[in-house]
Design a protein around this ligand. Structure first.
Ligand SMILES: Nc1nc2c(ncn2[C@@H]2O[C@H](COP(=O)(O)OP(=O)(O)OP(=O)(O)O)[C@@H](O)[C@H]2O)c(=O)[nH]1
Ligand SMILES: [Mg+2]
Length: 424
């Protein structure tokens, strides 16, 4: 089965907790702090693998969680790092964050990887908090809770050339005579229901990949037929072979078909009409083909058109040469959101360490990834830890900012749904 789009939930492992521990030695009544930090949680990683051709495995695997980090140990020993989960996906896989609607990665080469969910950081043990000011800190940090995110994983075929046209015009037959691919061929519409890929070698030794796509019909760009679902696979192609059935058997009119398909390509969001097109008049062996072709040429005198009879392999070499020529001069089209170089790796960047919002009535709310991260790693049980956090706020300049905004003794400070009193 060919599965080319799945949604899954991913979450890195939580960070391990740091611990509080004091060295105990015979004859040394008060040893220094030696509580180790927690290990970082594991990441969820997707890795492009050329042996994979579909996303089928992921379809039955809706939630993927990496392992959490281990707690710190005494003697300054860190907890173990949580194991990563690495999932193999086909080359050509595009990953986006659903909630933020951003592209996370575009895996174009075998072996490329992207972290789709980061593990939480390990909390610091009391040893890590030791300083001149705190020679013997007796508090530690909790491990960071990893954030779950929903991602959409999509396979966009990496073919150089895409075969498009109405159903039954002979696209699969073309692919079967120019490559080793063995697509199903029959005289009913939508014989091809999933794309087929083939590798072409021209007689002058040039090689490229070609994708045979399900037939398009009028309204395909709006979701009619099977075409819509697969139009997006054309997004990666650089050259389009637009195939027409010049025979009279189907009762369709090739001139009209040509216009309908082009309308669909231009209505579709990926600017598919920007790709150079090779127009192919197929089934030239059939009755009426010559007349139809003459009519096409009259309507479009400036368009170069290649005549083929794919069942006899007639005329196909010229089409392949033309495709190879065009590929030499046509650069890759960037994906709609700008990714083209391979792995893009985007997490929303934090601009400032913190932000203070005056809510009025003596209430202020604190925001900021860094600040929240530290806050969430607080060990609430320990007064000392809270004291340390308060000191951090002072060092980061949060206190000063609050005062500048007019915060007074007794005002309410909100962090992450918790309320505190401002003490000046
Ligand atoms: N007479 C004649 N028949 C052809 C030619 N090329 C293909 N056919 C026939 O046309 C029918 C449809 O061919 P396919 O290659 O399956 O067409 P397709 O465009 O892939 O169709 P879909 O997969 O349904 O979109 C088959 O019965 C082929 O044998 C040709 O050059 N001449
Ligand atoms: Mg077909």
């Amino acid at each position: 089965m060919f599965v080319d789009r799945v949604k899954i939930k991913v979450k890195g492992g939580n960070g391990g907790n740091g611990i509080v521990s004091m060295r105990r030695e015979k004859f040394v009544p008060l040893g220094g702090p030696d509580g180790g930090s927690g290990g970082d949680g594991g990441n969820v990683i997707l890795k492009a693998d050329s042996n994979k051709s579909t996303l089928l495995d992921l379809r039955y695997n809706k939630q993927i969680f990496a392992k959490k980090g281990g707690s710190g140990k005494s003697k300054k020993m860190s907890g173990r790092t949580g194991e990563d989960v690495v999932l193999a996906v086909p080359v050509g896989t595009v990953i986006r964050d659903i909630e933020n609607d951003i592209l996370i990665a575009d895996l174009k080469e075998h072996g490329q990887e992207a972290i789709v969910a980061k593990g939480g950081r390990g909390g610091k043990g009391n040893f890590a908090f030791m300083s001149n000011k705190y020679p013997a800190p007796d508090f530690a940090q909790q491990g960071e809770i990893a954030v779950a995110r929903e991602i959409e994983i999509e396979l966009k075929l990496l073919a150089d050339v895409g075969l498009v046209g109405f159903p039954s015009v002979g696209k699969s037959t073309f692919l079967s005579v120019v490559s080793k691919a063995k697509p199903e061929i029959a005289d009913y519409p939508f014989t091809t229901i999933t794309p087929n890929l083939g590798v072409v070698m021209t007689k002058d030794g040039r090689s490229f990949t070609i994708a045979d796509l399900p037939g398009l019909i009028e309204g395909a760009s709006l979701g009619k037929g099977l075409g819509h679902q697969f139009l997006r696979h054309i997004e990666r192609t650089r050259v389009i072979i637009h195939m027409l059935d010049m025979g009279n058997e189907t009762g369709r009119d090739p001139v009209e078909d040509y216009e309908i398909i082009n309308n669909e390509l231009s209505s579709y969001q990926y600017h598919l009409m920007l790709r150079p097109q090779i127009v192919v008049a197929n089934k030239m062996d059939l009755e009426g083909a010559k007349e139809n072709l003459a009519r096409f040429k009259e309507t479009y005198p400036d368009i170069e058109i290649f005549e083929t009879t794919t069942i006899f392999q007639a005329g196909v070499d010229k089409v392949l040469y033309k495709a190879a020529d065009l590929l030499e001069t046509t650069p890759a089209f960037p994906l709609l959101d700008g990714a083209s170089k391979g792995v893009v790796y985007k997490f929303i960047e934090e601009k400032e360490d913190f932000k203070v919002v005056d809510l009025g009535n003596g209430s202020f709310e604190l925001f900021g990834d860094k600040l929240l991260r530290e806050f969430r790693m607080l060990d609430f049980e320990s007064d000392k830890a809270s004291f340390h956090f308060a000191r951090r706020l002072r060092i980061m300049g949060v206190d000063a900012r609050l005062r500048a905004l007019g915060a007074k003794d007794g005002d309410t400070i909100i962090i992450d749904n918790y309320e505190f009193e401002f003490i000046d």
